[in-house]
Design a protein around this ligand. Structure first.
Ligand code: HAX
Length: 436
């Protein structure tokens, strides 16, 4: 057994035993109450799922296995540039331990060895209209690779429940290894006349993805290490993670459950917001006829967007109530590396203007920027201007979290997810009875 798999098995076996004892003793303990507003309002805040890899605090933001993003920057093994390698975060999320540089190097090698994408995936992609949205291509490519699912094969052969975690681990590593290749292929066929770039075996996972996208700048490799780390996980309740979790609970294999998660990420209220932000900024600059708008001009444009009944993309969050630390991490990166960029400065001015305006509306619970408010401007700076591609980058990163969490779900024997739905008539009858 490989060293990561061995460690995961030890950790998961211990927690599975602990979980059984905990449920035996405290299984009927109430941890929440549900209001009608929550039932009608997108299940906000209801505690109903176990997700080991990360947890979100409304004010502090995300913590991966207890570590904040600034702590990860200090603790995780880095590339030559001082940005953490996402492989290290995956290790941390999977086994709850900060890996050594040697362990991360081992994982990078593993991913390199497992990176072969079945040829029919590319044939399938090439059969699609070239202007198919990159997220649609990404979802189809993940689904096409499902032919290689070790879990699906072993389930078909008849596997014991106790062993589900093993082929799920194999699918997880294989998929993480393959996604950059597939994602880069989609980018090059969509925007660079299918001039594909072979992987570079000298590079780590994130830098190799940057290389295959065709942006040779070392700064872009560095950005990709940061980007693919900070987008990896945001506890279990967000739409993409929750969808992957739900689909996986049916014992659909990791390819299908991850593809399901990506269909959620492709929505504009979720991951697609990263393309919407830069689209909104470009449209604003075009309408104003300048690349250096004043704060007053931006405020007028924000008010116009709101008056048209639209949301300001990149602002607001279902859980967070402070500027997203993932936004702040990107701002820190931009301040250190590209403070002179026009487009980055527009993002910072938008940050100065929007929270005040949204706050004055009185209904927006969180007027602060989320992760998607900053990423596009940095990508534009490095020449990745085709914003319809941005959510694919997010998806490659999100694989690290939801697939690690999927390993835990199968190792802990999590059952089919099946919450209860109600009709409005049921609610009315319930209230009538209450008030009788
Ligand atoms: N601009 C304008 N209005 C906003 C707003 C924004 N950025 N954020 C929230 N509101 C509005 C809501 O539309 C809602 O209005 P109505 O009552 O008229 O329907 C009201 O404020 C209350 O909403 P909320 O409780 O503060 O926010 P929700 O939990 O319902 O929604 C969203 C959270 C992220 C969906 C929301 O803030 C939004 O639409 N933001 C813009 C899109 C965006 O940036 N999405 C990415 C979020 C992060 C993420 O998942 N990234 O992948």
């Amino acid at each position: 057994m490989d060293p990561l798999k061995q460690r995961f098995y030890e950790k998961a076996s211990a927690l599975a035993t602990e979980m059984k004892a905990l449920l035996k003793e405290h299984g009927n303990t109430k941890i929440d109450e549900v209001t009608l507003s929550q039932a009608f309002g997108g299940a906000r805040g209801i505690k109903m799922m176990i997700w080991e890899t990360s947890q979100l605090d409304a004010n502090e933001g995300i913590r991966f296995r207890g570590y904040s993003i600034p702590q990860l920057k200090e603790l995780l093994p880095t590339g030559p540039d001082n940005e953490p390698k996402p492989e290290g975060l995956f290790w941390l999320m999977l086994v709850g331990e900060i890996p050594t540089a040697e362990q991360v190097d081992w994982l990078t090698d593993q991913l390199r060895e497992r990176a072969h994408v079945p040829a029919h995936t590319f044939t399938m992609l090439d059969s699609l209209p070239v202007d198919t949205h990159p997220m649609t291509q990404f979802i189809l490519a993940i689904t096409a690779m499902q032919t290689d699912s070790v879990f699906a094969r072993r389930y078909g052969e008849g596997i014991s429940k106790a062993d589900y975690w093993d082929p799920v681990y194999e699918d997880t590593l294989n998929m993480i290894a393959r996604l950059p290749r597939v994602a880069a292929y989609i980018y090059r066929r969509s925007f660079h006349d299918s001039k594909h770039i072979e992987p570079d075996p000298q590079l780590d996972w994130a830098a190799n993805y940057a290389h295959m996208l065709g942006i040779p700048d070392k700064g872009f490799q560095s950005l990709m290490r940061l980007y693919l780390t900070i987008h990896a996980d945001h506890e279990g309740g967000n739409a993409s993670a929750h969808t992957a979790h739900l689909v996986g609970s049916t014992l659909s294999d990791p390819y299908l459950s991850f593809a399901g998660g990506m269909t959620s990420l492709a929505g504009p209220l979720h991951g697609l917001a990263n393309q919407e932000v830069i689209k909104w900024i470009f449209e604003m600059l075009e309408e104003l006829g300048t690349r250096t708008p004043t704060k007053e001009q931006i405020a007028d444009y924000v008010n116009k967007t709101l008056a048209e009944g639209k949301v300001i993309p990149g602002y607001g969050h279902a859980v967070l109530r402070q500027p997203d630390p993932r936004f702040m991490a990107q701002k820190r990166y931009a301040e250190e590396n590209l403070a002179d960029s026009d487009i980055v400065q527009v993002v910072w001015k938008v940050f100065d203007v929007v929270p005040g305006i949204l706050g004055e509306l009185g209904k927006v619970k969180n007027p602060w920027p989320n992760v998607d408010a900053h990423s596009g401007a940095i990508l534009v700076h490095y020449g990745l201007t085709e914003y319809s591609y941005y959510t694919v980058l997010f998806g490659v990163s999100r694989a690290l979290g939801v697939l690690a969490a999927g390993c835990w779900s199968r190792a802990l024997g999590m059952p089919l997810e099946r919450p209860k739905s109600l009709t409005t008539d049921w609610v009315k009858a319930f209230l009538k009875k209450q008030n009788a």
